[in-house]
Design a protein around this ligand. Structure first.
Ligand SMILES: NC(=O)c1ccc[n+]([C@@H]2O[C@H](COP(=O)([O-])OP(=O)(O)OC[C@H]3O[C@@H](n4cnc5c(N)ncnc54)[C@H](OP(=O)(O)O)[C@@H]3O)[C@@H](O)[C@H]2O)c1
Length: 336
């Protein structure tokens, strides 16, 4: 039993997503933010001023090594650009520190294998930051599915879209091989949710995408084939009105989770229907999945528990995402 009450965190990178994650570390009862570092002079201090103005003891550094080698820091949150995750995850692990890595953990399965070997060698915990998974609404969905209300799952559709603001277009500057585009940014969430619901790897994937000049996909749709007529459809875009939902159709009815990738204040809603005419809608309490993710990972490290999202999950997600990208690029079915 570990009697340390708070896990001591550092952050590598003054990324925009700190707006959500940094307050979660600061507010968690079992976490303490020791420092944040950026490669841009003054950016780490600016981030603290914006998101943790009432915590003068948190250090800001203009050199990533100051966090990487900080003797007090036990765990590092890694919110860098997609193509940098694997390299910095490995460097952090080699300092004996635990890693919570933003999604996608890596752009290739080989990189995830290297991260897993290093994590075993240095005896640290590493988790991919699919924060949405920590929202209690998915446990409620699982409860309804397990009750048999809608029967066996036959198909699922996950849709994630919004109109990309011009200020965010930097996500489309690189092609998909360098982590740019909608697949790595939001498609990996949609695919993750489909995998969470089917609880297994699909057999194959087909997909089609619309690309911008850089080679980044901006709108992509596709189907994961689970065999025996069971399909999972994904549909995501930076060129459509906001949708962030999944819908399940079973042998006896259907269920929809209306607000999966939540913004602050979003009300979780689950609705369902059955063939024999019953229907229901549940409005769940508002919850902050970032806070729950930080509390979970801190608890895992402090009390030596296995993270809810193991590295095998990161590997499977990467495998499906890479296959879906290939299917869209080559216009053919890819076996997984
Ligand atoms: N879980 C979520 O809800 C969520 C939401 C959004 C994004 N994400 C993920 O989080 C990661 C970061 O995304 P983001 O949109 O927050 O990235 P971002 O703001 O572009 O930051 C990424 C990295 O680029 C550097 N950077 C930031 N602003 C910069 C600028 N103006 N000029 C040059 N470099 C700059 C920062 O490193 P330095 O500080 O060292 O320069 C930062 O670590 C991505 O992997 C993304 O997929 C997750």
């Amino acid at each position: 039993m570990n009697h340390q009450a708070k896990l001591r965190w550092g952050i590598l990178g003054a990324a925009r997503v700190n707006e959500r994650l940094l307050p979660a570390i600061v507010e968690a009862a079992n976490a303490e933010l020791v420092a944040i570092a950026s490669r841009r002079p003054g950016a780490a201090a600016e981030t603290l001023k914006k998101y943790a103005p009432c915590y003068p003891n948190i250090q800001a550094y203009d050199d990533l090594d100051q966090v990487l080698k900080h003797p007090e820091i036990q765990a590092v949150y890694l919110p860098m650009a997609n193509h940098e995750h694997a390299k910095w995850a490995l460097r952090t692990i080699e300092q004996g520190k635990h890693v919570l890595c933003e999604k996608p953990m890596a752009l290739s399965v080989t990189d995830i294998d290297a991260i897993e070997s290093a994590a075993q060698r240095y005896n640290v915990k590493v988790m991919e930051g699919f924060m949405y998974r920590f929202h209690p609404q998915h446990a409620r969905v699982r409860e309804i599915l397990d009750s048999g209300l809608i029967g066996e799952i036959r198909s699922v559709r996950a849709s994630y879209s919004f109109m990309m603001r011009p200020a965010r277009m930097y996500r489309l500057v690189e092609d998909t091989s360098k982590g740019g585009g909608a697949m790595w940014d939001i498609g990996c969430y949609a695919i993750h949710s489909l995998r969470m619901l089917f609880e297994q790897l699909p057999k194959s994937v087909i997909a089609t995408a619309h690309y911008v000049e850089s080679g980044a996909d901006i709108s992509t749709s596709g189907v994961l084939d689970y065999g025996d007529g069971r399909f999972a459809q994904f549909d995501f875009s930076f060129q459509r009105a906001r949708r962030c939902e999944y819908e399940i159709v079973g042998t006896k009815g259907g269920l929809k989770c209306h607000v999966v990738w939540q913004l602050p204040g979003d009300v979780p809603i689950i609705s369902w229907w059955t063939e024999d005419g019953r229907q229901g809608e549940e409005r769940l309490p508002v919850a902050n999945h970032f806070n729950l993710e930080i509390e979970h990972f801190s608890d895992c490290v402090l009390n030596d528990k296995a993270p809810a999202l193991p590295l095998a999950d990161a590997r499977d997600n990467c495998r499906v995402v890479v296959a879906a990208l290939q299917a869209a690029a080559e216009g053919r079915r890819i076996e997984i």
